[in-house]
Design a protein around this ligand. Structure first.
Ligand code: ACM
Length: 531
């Protein structure tokens, strides 16, 4: 399994009562009765356990008005309601992706016709620096007005609107009047999928991107190569997929993506506000490459067969043959860069001990710089001499990263005891448990706080696939936990609470159903199947 194992040491953050604000537990506020009543019930349940003694400002409202995940930064309810049976879109130029997403949403809900009561929906680009690259405003009064600085911001606004609307068609739609202003805390809100151990088909990745977009997740990291398989076509080295694409972890799926398929996925993701970040894992985790091109291994390496085991940490490029290894690495990365426009490219660097390791990471990171891209390296790469712009991805809780932070390296946070969602939704779920024997339940995941990591650009969950071999199993591991990842990346700790998340996400179950997600029936959300 994983050679380096550090168990979690951080405590679980206790629930705060942000969801009780604006209820009889907090100040009365100006909300209309139905919302108060709903919140009252939630708070009475909560109060039974702890007592609602905190009186704080209104930030979180009750469903059905505001079941939005991640929770918007600011929401102001108004007194009225907008009723309509069709929507006329007035979209500004320069908003192709948001316009497309909105058109699809309205068509799915039957709102694109000429219904009896029509409202106008304005999509506007505005010069509002406080919204940043991804922020948006959504105002519902006697019309619907979405504004942002960018098409990406508008896309997020469309997703908030989608969550406010029902998941299915209905004769008349009703939206409470409100004003939302929203922007993310972190620019990197990601999920890594290990398609190397067990392959995930293009059709699954398309569905996955659609689902990510609904929750405003914006980075899909594809772990494309590992010991058990090589999944990306490299035209200069066809055997990488002819041989390396045919193997998989025992019980898993083999396969590979052509460059054409990957370019299609890149464009599909871009249209939904998602950047695909490719990873070529080197200099370890390379048995599939060695089996394809034996000369990449040192002469004394006897085992050059494809591999389908689970243990790792044994294969490595022969770093004593720089004249063989570095041209290969450069040629592969040149093709990778030509497929993926992502500014960041992941070059791996985990779980290998080799005297020339630091030199390899430094040289490969420098290659990325030369190609105009920013390298991402797993945390072990912090020993290498890289430009401070190189990003380190933390995966062991408690890894000694202070020196790298002092050098200025940005961090992507994926501490395994919170964000490795190959681990169980509950203690005892079959599958990975090497990092945390009790699994990574939703509440545990939600308790992670990125704030202490001063150079963090964001967070990323990881789905390793040693034991996740089918689409349904991937779904069950990803959802609903990815919705919690989205909220951790979008909202700072003071703006969110697990109680509020549970309430809002619980109400969004029909949205996951409409997307065909085979999610884990999470008991905390009230989704558990009856015994
Ligand atoms: C890792 O889990 N080896 C990054």
């Amino acid at each position: 399994m994983h050679a380096v194992q550090h168990l979690a040491s951080r405590g679980v953050v206790s629930v705060n009562w942000a969801s009780c604000r604006a209820t009889p537990c907090g100040r009365a506020g100006t909300m209309r009765l139905p919302f108060k009543l709903h919140a009252l019930i939630v708070c009475l349940v909560a109060a039974a356990a702890s007592g609602c003694t905190q009186r704080t400002a209104v930030t979180e409202l009750a469903p059905p008005l505001t079941s939005i995940v991640p929770i918007p930064q600011s929401m102001q309810p108004a007194a009225g309601e907008l009723r309509f049976s069709s929507v006329k879109v007035e979209a500004a130029a320069g908003t192709p992706h948001a316009t497309q997403a909105l058109t699809e949403l309205l068509a799915r809900l039957g709102l694109n016709g000429s219904g009896a009561t029509s409202v106008t929906l304005h999509l506007e680009l505005v010069d509002a620096p406080e919204l940043g690259e991804e922020g948006y405003r959504l105002v519902i009064d006697d019309a619907i007005r979405l504004s942002a600085r960018t098409d990406a911001g508008l896309l997020h606004g469309v997703q908030s609107l989608r969550q406010l609307l029902p998941a299915q068609k209905q004769a008349e739609h009703r939206l409470a009047q409100l004003a939302i202003r929203d922007a993310p805390a972190y620019r990197w809100r990601g999920i890594s999928l290990d398609v190397a151990r067990s392959f995930l088909p293009v059709e699954y990745l398309e569905k996955h991107i659609d689902r990510m977009a609904v929750f405003k997740l914006n980075r899909l990291h594809l772990h494309l190569t590992d010991d058990q398989g090589w999944r990306i076509e490299i035209k200069r080295y066809p055997k990488l997929v002819e041989i390396g694409g045919r193997s998989a972890v025992e019980g898993g799926r083999a396969g590979y993506y052509t460059q054409e398929q990957l370019k299609h996925l890149v464009a599909y993701a871009q249209a939904r506000g998602v950047t695909i970040v490719p990873e070529i894992d080197m200099p370890g985790h390379v048995q599939a490459a060695l089996a394809s091109y034996n000369e990449l291994a040192c002469a004394d390496v006897k085992n050059l067969s494809p591999y389908s085991g689970v243990e790792v940490g044994f294969s490595v490029f022969c770093l004593e043959k720089p004249e063989v290894v570095y041209p290969f690495v450069r040629n592969v990365l040149e093709e990778v860069v030509a497929i993926f426009p992502s500014q960041e490219i992941h070059i791996g660097g985990d779980e290998i001990k080799d005297p020339l390791y630091a030199d390899f990471v430094a040289r490969t990171a420098a290659m990325m710089d030369e190609m105009g891209r920013t390298p991402i390296v797993w945390e072990e790469g912090s020993v290498a001499d890289m430009k401070p712009s190189a990003i380190l991805q933390l995966w062991n809780d408690g890894y000694a990263i202070d020196a790298a932070v002092a050098k200025g390296h940005p961090l992507i946070l994926s501490p395994c005891s919170y964000l490795y969602i190959d681990h169980g939704n509950y203690a005892g779920q079959p599958g990975a448990d090497w990092c945390r024997a009790e699994g990574v339940p939703l509440k545990r995941l939600y308790s992670f706080d990125p704030a202490p990591f001063k150079t963090a650009v964001g967070i990323e969950a990881a789905l390793w696939t040693e034991f996740v071999h089918a689409d349904a199993s991937a779904d069950e591991h990803l959802w609903p936990r990815l919705a919690a990842v989205a909220e951790l990346g979008w909202n700072p700790a003071g703006q969110r609470s697990y109680a509020g998340f549970v309430q809002r996400m619980g109400a969004l179950r029909p949205q996951l159903d409409a997307l065909g997600v085979q999610y884990h029936p999470e008991p905390d959300l009230g989704w558990a199947k009856p015994e």
